[in-house]
Design a protein around this ligand. Structure first.
Ligand SMILES: [Zn+2]
Ligand SMILES: [Zn+2]
Length: 266
């Protein structure tokens, strides 16, 4: 019989992977950027992983993220450390009472509002109600885990979810502070690639690459920029779970800018 420590570690690792990939593949690369296509059941599997890591309404998440790309590091960016300081960029923006005037999910996320499950989780655009619903369903899920698998599994799972919950928030700050990373592309914003954030987020920390190619399912472009989320998608494509995927490579249209940057970086 496996010891409690082994059960804890294995559950923690599996839960971390599901919740994190739920955010990277589900919330981010699929719902926010539509960088690949898959069946609805597969979409729900990943989005559920993100939702149970307390990421909130998928429509809210995608609307705010699309606005982040549209207005990166400008006064209209919902979470720019350059303009609003790191505390606001980390969690202050989530405490706002509702959508700012320039962000409207019915306009910017029309594709997602057609899904009745996402519409329900959005709670009519009421942030407080939507966050509360996400919290309550998250707690209900852990109570079910206690009843089915016991305390050790539930605590390991919950710990992984709480850690994963904070990692995209950390990325919003760290990957927009230029001195903390490097650029492959001369994007007009402060986005940088940060290797340790990329490891924690399974590839999302190659954030300057991502701002250069937001629609790409692949974010790690140079040989050492390992992107586990993209590798997962490639595997899914190989076995037929992904029907189409947009993939940029280092030799894409921005190549001259990269060479210039690499020279300047040394
Ligand atoms: Zn960004
Ligand atoms: Zn993005």
């Amino acid at each position: 019989m496996p010891s409690i420590i082994i059960i804890f570690i294995v559950t923690f690792m599996l839960s971390y992977a599901w919740h994190m990939v739920g955010i990277t593949i589900g919330y981010h690369r699929l719902l926010s950027h539509r960088s690949f296509r898959c069946q609805k059941l597969i979409e729900y599997f990943w989005v559920l992983g993100g939702y149970l890591a307390f990421q909130g309404s998928p429509i809210w998440w995608a609307a705010m993220h699309r606005a982040h790309h549209r207005y990166t590091d400008s006064p209209f960016d919902p979470h720019s450390p350059r303009l609003s300081g790191w505390k606001y960029a980390y969690y202050g923006w989530i405490k706002e009472p509702g959508y700012p005037e320039h962000i409207s999910p019915t306009i910017q996320c029309r594709d997602l509002t057609k899904d009745s499950l996402y519409k329900w989780l959005e709670q009519g655009g009421d942030w407080r109600k939507a966050h509360k619903l996400c919290f309550r369903l998250g707690i209900a899920y852990r109570i079910a885990l206690i009843l089915c698998f016991g305390w050790v599994v539930a605590i390991a799972e919950f710990t992984a979810a709480l850690i994963v919950q904070h990692i995209p928030l950390l990325l919003n700050v760290v990957c927009h502070i230029p001195k903390l990373g490097y650029k492959n592309y001369f994007t007009p914003d402060g986005s940088v690639n940060v290797w340790w954030v990329a490891m924690l987020t399974f590839g999302e920390g190659w954030h300057n690459n991502h701002h250069a190619f937001p629609g790409s399912a692949r974010s790690g472009l140079r040989r050492f920029e390992i992107d586990p989320s993209w590798l997962t998608l490639r595997l899914m494509k190989l076995v037929g779970l992904v029907s189409w995927m947009r993939e940029e490579s280092i030799s894409s249209k921005y190549k001259p800018a990269i060479e210039k940057t690499l020279t300047s970086v040394g």
